[in-house]
Design a protein around this ligand. Structure first.
Ligand code: SAM
Ligand code: SF4
Length: 456
């Protein structure tokens, strides 16, 4: 069999796309390998969200060119493919900067990989069309073995693209306009995953709660309605969804957190900043107080919900007073975790044209302070778990023999000692202590009767 090495950068959508590309290539006689050395095909699935992510791709390509050259000297042909959002945004420029690249393929064109690879054998190929056609209809289903190898938690893309046009963001340009997959197609994928032993699905999309797919009844279904259907699939014990926009958190979706036990009490709901002036300049279309009221409504529906957010520091024109508003919001909400980034100007976005760029040193200072507050709240959230009993989905072997690692309902990593339980079981665990990144606990009850672990 030929070997393919796939390396995905960036968001969960790229992880999902990387798996779909592996599925396509497995039907072309490729098996996955963990290292680029020895691979016949090396595929970088790239991220364009910040400049640093793009620079990483070019550094990586330099290393891959050397591997391709060394393997060529030994008589092994190696193809290099660049996929994902850098491929979409930079197109043929990638091959000008790194001539060792054989194929550049955008996120809406990768279902054509077999034909494109055949062509790439004869000439350099670039396919960055954003076609209206539904690529999902052309993707082969994963083989059962591939599902098992990926574990008991899986991503399912339900929506792609974005029409929100936040002033800093490249996604509407690299992923294209909003598109929702039809309900029947999503359900077929979820059922197949569940039959193979998957217990935890995360429904993903750049703007997942804007989901408006065609239902089997011909009507337009919301994300809440879709989640009710997913919750009814035997074996699926946990549902999450990401990433959501505050403007699209409708009442039905909030109610699903109250009504569906399978919907986990964790929500990633990026606010980006605390200052209304900056939120308006970002084109976020919500204020800090609107976000606070929304969180109150979500907490009324599900009082124990763990919240997380993304923050951008140093958006053009951000003053000290604006930044203090971000700190105030972080301290008021008390997020269980969050991602935070320095603003990175992206070519082609409206914010890149703004002149009042914040000096790098000031940005770094603010980011440092923000991250310290975020970390304080994360540790407090984790420390409050000690003494509580929670359901843990066992996902893999732990670091040491006899240890198993899993996830709490709040998306925390949990380690337990157990010789008898198996991966895929949901067990009751009393949390005894925390470390920087994990909780440690003791089993109080054996696995659930419905558990159909992957080892079974
Ligand atoms: N759709 C999601 C939302 O509305 O929040 C986010 C998608 S984006 C892929 C993930 C995160 O990257 C954003 O929430 C934002 O914090 C960050 N991001 C996007 N563009 C950025 C930029 N130009 N500079 C720094 N961070 C950026
Ligand atoms: Fe980017 Fe999210 Fe804004 Fe869409 S909603 S433009 S993906 S940050």
């Amino acid at each position: 069999m030929k070997k393919v090495h796939i390396k995905s950068f960036g968001c969960q959508m790229n992880v999902y796309d990387g798996q779909r590309m592996a599925d396509i290539l497995s039907h072309q006689g490729y098996e996955e390998t963990a290292t680029p050395e020895g691979a016949d095909l090396i595929l970088l699935n790239t991220c364009h969200i910040r400049d640093r992510a793009v620079q990483k791709v070019y550094t990586e390509l330099g290393k891959l060119r050397d591997i391709k050259k060394a393997q060529g000297a030994e008589g092994q042909e190696t193809k290099i493919v660049v996929a994902g959002c850098v491929a979409q945004a930079e197109g043929g420029e990638i091959q000008r900067r790194q001539p060792a690249v054989d194929l550049v393929v955008g996120p809406q064109a990768y279902h054509r990989l077999p034909e494109l690879l055949a062509e790439a054998g004869k000439r350099r190929v670039v396919d960055t069309d954003l076609p209206i056609e539904d690529k999902f209809g052309f993707l082969p289903a994963p083989k059962r073995q591939a599902i098992l190898a990926r574990g008991v938690s899986a991503f399912v893309t339900v929506q792609e693209g974005c029409d929100k046009f936040c002033a800093f963001c490249v996604v509407p340009y690299t992923r294209g306009a909003e598109f929702s997959r039809p309900v029947a197609q999503i359900m077929a994928e979820v059922e197949r995953l569940a039959e193979a032993g998957v217990r935890d699905v995360t429904l993903i999309g750049q703007n997942v709660n804007a989901y408006h797919g065609e239902g089997p009844d011909g009507a337009v279904w919301s994300l809440a309605r879709l989640m009710h259907r997913v919750a009814a699939v035997p074996g699926i014990a946990r549902i999450r969804y990401t990433t959501s926009h505050p403007r699209d958190m409708d009442s039905d979706l909030i109610a699903a957190h109250r009504d569906l036990p399978q919907v986990m009490p964790f929500l990633h709901l990026p606010v980006q900043a605390g200052s209304d002036r900056i939120l308006a300049a970002m084109n976020r279309k919500h204020t800090g107080d609107e976000y606070r009221r929304l969180i109150e409504r979500i907490r009324e529906a599900r009082p124990d919900i763990a919240l997380s957010s993304d923050f951008i520091v140093g958006f053009p024109g951000e003053t000290d007073a604006d930044f203090e508003e971000t700190i105030r919001l972080v301290d008021e909400i008390g997020f269980a975790s969050s991602y935070s980034f320095n603003y990175s100007p992206r070519p082609g976005t409206p914010a890149a044209e703004l002149t009042a760029q914040v000096p790098r040193e000031l940005m770094n200072e603010r980011l440092y302070r923000l991250q310290a507050r975020i970390e304080h709240h994360r540790q407090a959230f984790n420390a409050a778990m000690v003494g509580r009993t929670v359901d843990v989905l066992l996902e893999r072997a732990g670091r040491y023999p006899g240890q198993l690692a899993g996830k709490s309902p709040y998306l925390q990593a949990v380690q337990i000692e157990s010789e008898t339980n198996q991966i895929g079981d949901i067990v009751r665990v009393m949390i005894e202590r925390t470390s920087t990144n994990s909780l440690f606990g003791r089993l109080v009850e054996p696995g659930d009767a419905s558990g159909k672990g992957l080892a079974a």
